[in-house]
Design a binder for this molecule. Sequence first.
Ligand code: FES
Ligand SMILES: [Fe+2]
Length: 383
Amino acid sequence: MTPLLDDPAVVQRILDHIDHETTDRSHDTWREPVENYRSPERFAAERDLVLRRYPTPFCPSAALPAVGSYVARDAAGTPILAVRGNEGRVHGFRNVCRHRGAQLAEGAGCKKAFACRYHGWTYALDGRLLHVPHEDGFPGLDKSTRGLIPVETVERDGLVFVTQDAPYVPDVELPDLPDLLPPTLRLLQSSELEVAANWKILMEGFLEGYHIKATHPSTFYPLQYDNLNVVETFGRNNRIAFPYRAVEKLRAVPRAQRSAAAKLTYVYQLFPNVTVATFPASVFVTVLEPLAIDRTMFVTYVLTDRGDDDGTRDMMKRGADLVTDGAAEDRAVACAIQRGLDSGANESFEFGHFEGAIGHFHRMLDAALDAARRAGQADREVP
Ligand code: FES
Ligand SMILES: [Fe+2]
């Protein structure tokens, strides 16, 4: 995987761009057929052959701080439960009771065991079926074979990755993000918001800074630059640096000591549907969960390593309000694009030299679908 630039190199590139009124330009441009946002077959293939088959960040580790902490929500249309077990290891399961299929948990919390709300079958944190009320009604039931069905779960670099079904390609690498989400971070809040747009349209909004002035004239633009970014790809993933105007202060700092902290936002796009964005006092982890071809659950986890005093809370709130307002502007644009998809106005969308990270995203998605097609396991499902 290509290593990412260090902070001093990113900052230098930004200062050079400011001096020359330039920005990073991708070598290639990209055209994405509008049909790829409209086709139900394509949507099903993305969900079944990519989102369920690649290690996908499900939640940050900080959302599972203690033994028994859990997060339950749908991922690529499947109810999934992630829970921190007694040994501290995170387990992932299909969140479906082995009696008649109800969910064992909803939302987030902390439990010693999961008792099904329907008839009370009870499962341990490691998924074992512990207790069946009035067990004599189930002659021959072998509890040892009726534990929750696990999904492959790996905790790494502050994220919990879930792979629901076996990937078609053997060499699926997890992104290397050693310092991005350190264990000092704690979960400040999480939220879910349903948005009337295809998940890829929402993802595209994270991946370029060409829209900063036009879309965010009074939120991000006063603090940031229009169309001035450092764009890097690593493996199937992207990182885009969005500098703040305060980055100019680093001209007075020796090159090797220039830190990105509070001088720019890094947006990491983790293939396929997750972003991690850094802010001066917080980190946002956003999961774009496709609910349907034209509906997405926007799941956000806000993490911080700051203390809990009044001054910090005020600063966090001001920062969070700004990000919330800016994100609402992005969602409004995404919904507008969604409304026009069926108009016939565009056969394809055009992504230029400033939108190279979006090209990489679509290229990687196409490659993943092609790999599934080549594996010959799903010929009829892949458009
Ligand atoms: S469905 Fe869970 S106990 Fe019956
Ligand atoms: Fe935006």
